[in-house]
Design a binder for this molecule. Sequence first.
Ligand code: PGA
Length: 271
Amino acid sequence: MFKSSWLPLAPALGEVLLLSKASNAKRRQLVVGNWKMNGSLNENAGLLAKIAAGWHGAHNADVVICPPFPYLMHTQNALLGSAVVLGAQTVNEHAKGAYTGEVSASMLADLDCKFVIIGHNERRRMQHESDLQVAQKFEAVQKAGLTPILCVGESLEDREQGKHLETISRQLNIVFAHTGKDVFDNAVLAYEPVWAVGTGKTATPEQAEEVHKFMRSQLGVLADSIRILYGGSVKAHNARQLFALADIDGALLGGASLDADEFLAICKAAE
Ligand code: PGA
């Protein structure tokens, strides 16, 4: 019922592999705005109108907005006819049942969501989501025909003790063990160092590249095609530098997605 004008422009997996092998071309970029628990009908209307008018699509970049659940339908309507795609911030791992206050993946599909963020560190920490639950959510999202954006990232303590790759490896391996790796042809990864989210501190290009390369190396035959976003205090002033890195395929934005000019500047930097 809620048809958007968005068509998946991404080339098929085989074409991506050919592209990256033949010309080393960058993968299709993706910019995702995670509004978290912000906004109101009034504020959203203004923000969405500006974003829909300012983003006309690009041959090499996709843009997604993930509003809070109560605003999904309004956001979907405001984005009709635009090149911006709808996503959600989380989902319940069960298909249906007595889970008061929860939302299933098929409900998100009904509202024409295309992507769902899972394993965001705010949910892992504040809602106590376990690695296993994250894996189950990943599976539920794919079963409903949507694309999971799986977030991983280390705490400041892990980073200071040089255990960041160990943490990321654990977070990824639990999902691999649950689903297998081949289902990652319909998934996006996001590296979000916990110490960089909402703090104004960004990982240095070297830190980000190290982790992105490591994550890519865990994906086997999908290593060249999987999109890996960076998240953590990405702003218009640092986006271009991050997007220029070989293994960064876009960004997951928090604060910067609440300001239309800032958000659009980052989308344009991804083109
Ligand atoms: P931030 O949040 O851009 O405000 O640091 C990123 C995120 O939580 O995905």
